[in-house]
Design a protein around this ligand. Structure first.
Ligand SMILES: Nc1ncnc2c1ncn2[C@@H]1O[C@H](COP(=O)(O)OP(=O)(O)O)[C@@H](O)[C@H]1O
Ligand SMILES: CC(=O)OP(=O)(O)O
Ligand SMILES: [Mg+2]
Length: 452
């Protein structure tokens, strides 16, 4: 069967990552390049570009015209098409498939070729993932216009969690309303959890359906997942990606009544609503004006960690009151995150009846913060997890999976870091599905909509 050049587009809440692959039906995708813009919630955003495994641009600040995920994607596409040393994409017509990460996929249990019908269905889910879905659909629209020869495929964060049992995914509310309004736990970061499950299983020398894992995807959005026999059993995000752990601008779980005591008129539509996204003030406060940003003034957890661990606190006579305040609040944020993460680990450990092969750290924070990993594992040492300080403190995690825990007895759970790769996972799913290779594009493809 034919080969195609595929782009995998991962629009996160603070970044857009695009990887380019050579894909052949039924084969593992081969990565040619990866470009990303991060720091969208802590400007200036920065561009990183890697081709053939070599860093071409390390961290270039890009100007303020990048207003969001769609602008970031345009710049990334331009970077790829204009790179003369990437001969596989001489022009936009060389791109055959674009895989899009769509966070909320509702009831979809497999990736979908994007037709008018799928697009409209997904548009109806925009309000259930206010930091993600409308941005991703904006990128889909842009691809339809800019890449007329490509098939667009939607891959869903929620898909991996379709195995969560009913007693876990059900909210204790009126059943008729729950059914008619489709109010249940969906769960997100599932593309990442699928990658983590396969990679961790391979590392542990087991089949994916033999492993029990507690996985933590800790990035701008953070979640935990209990994986039983290779399938999602429970996860911390819910109907929307707001529930569970706090994030860069998200509160995570709070008392549902809190928002009514936070401000008046929280039920009204926010002035920031658009034709694509209807968001109440309450949702805006909890999704965009909370989390690390509200608590500390920064969305960068790297900054929070270094300040929390700096010694510029009370012991130093030269430190200013401001430094002390900064240190205090950063330490509060760090300790709060550790507390919430350990709460989920304890709960999932019991839910998995103590049969846990490994705890996995992933996502920007999970992969880059040895301090956070050490603090979490220290707090759960009563469950048999132990960190190996020497390996954990190494400057950089280089392999896809690295063990940062002490190898104890046969029954002792392991501690791993997985460099998750949502773009690869999406390209892999597309390469395996004959539908995306055989359908006639003209029949399926939706048309550009002038209202976008
Ligand atoms: N050295 C570091 N230590 C702790 N956290 C870090 C470090 N570097 C980056 N991060 C965090 O990782 C986050 C980005 O994670 P990532 O998973 O790439 O984001 P996204 O959720 O947009 O996909 C940043 O917001 C930052 O807080
Ligand atoms: C679902 C989610 O929160 O994703 P991200 O962490 O990429 O923003
Ligand atoms: Mg992400």
């Amino acid at each position: 069967m034919k080969k195609k050049i595929a782009l995998s587009v991962n629009a996160g809440s603070s970044s857009v990552k695009v990887s380019v692959y050579d894909v052949e039906f039924g084969q593992a995708p081969v990565q040619l390049a990866e470009a990303q813009i991060s720091g969208l919630t802590s400007p200036p955003p920065t561009l990183k570009y890697v081709r053939d495994g070599k860093t071409v641009i390390k961290a270039k600040e890009v100007d303020d015209n990048i207003e969001g995920q769609r602008d970031a994607f345009s710049l990334l596409l331009e970077t790829l098409v204009e790179d003369e040393d990437l001969p596989q994409i001489k022009s936009k017509e060389d791109i055959g498939i674009v895989c899009h990460r769509i966070v909320h996929g509702g009831d979809y249990s497999k990736p979908q070729l994007i037709s008018n019908e799928t697009y409209e269905h997904l548009e109806n889910l925009n309000d259930l993932a206010p930091l993600h879905n409308a941005n991703s659909l904006g990128i889909v629209q842009l691809c339809i216009r800019a890449l007329p020869t490509a098939n667009n495929v939607a891959c869903f964060d929620s898909q991996f969690h379709s195995t969560i049992p009913e007693h876990i995914r059900t909210y204790p509310i009126n059943r008729d309303i729950a059914r008619s309004n489709k109010l249940r736990k969906y769960g997100f970061h599932g593309i990442s959890y699928a990658f983590i499950t396969r990679s961790a299983a391979e590392f542990l020398g087991k089949e994916p359906d033999e492993v029990n894992i507690i996985a933590l995807h800790l990035g701008s959005g953070a979640s935990a997942c209990a994986i039983k026999n290779g399938k999602s059993w429970d996860t911390s995000m819910g109907l929307t990606p707001l529930a569970g752990l706090p994030g860069a601008t998200r509160s995570g779980s709070v008392d549902p009544s809190l928002v009514f005591h936070y401000a008046s008129d929280v039920g009204k539509l926010s002035p920031a609503s658009t034709s694509d996204l209807h968001i109440s003030r309450a949702e805006e406060i909890l999704n965009k004006e909370s989390g690390w940003k509200a608590l500390t003034g920064t969305t960068d957890f790297g900054k929070i960690t270094s300040s929390a661990f700096s010694s510029s606190s009370s012991s130093s006579s030269s430190s200013s009151d401001d430094d002390d305040d900064d240190h205090e609040v950063m330490k509060l944020a760090f300790d709060l995150f550790v507390d919430r993460i350990c709460g989920f680990i304890g709960s999932y450990y019991v839910s998995l009846r103590g049969k846990v092969d490994a705890l996995v750290f992933a996502g920007g924070i999970g992969e880059k913060s040895p301090q956070l990993r050490a603090a979490v594992v220290d707090q759960i040492s009563c469950l048999g997890f132990q960190i190996d300080d020497e390996v954990n403190n190494k400057n950089e995690i280089r392999n896809v999976v690295e063990e940062v825990g002490k190898k104890g007895g046969l029954d002792e759970p392991r501690v791993l870091v997985v460099q998750t790769d949502e773009q690869f996972e999406m390209a892999r799913a597309c390469a395996e599905d004959a539908e995306f290779w055989s359908k006639e594009k003209d029949k399926m493809m939706m048309t550009w909509r002038d209202d976008k």
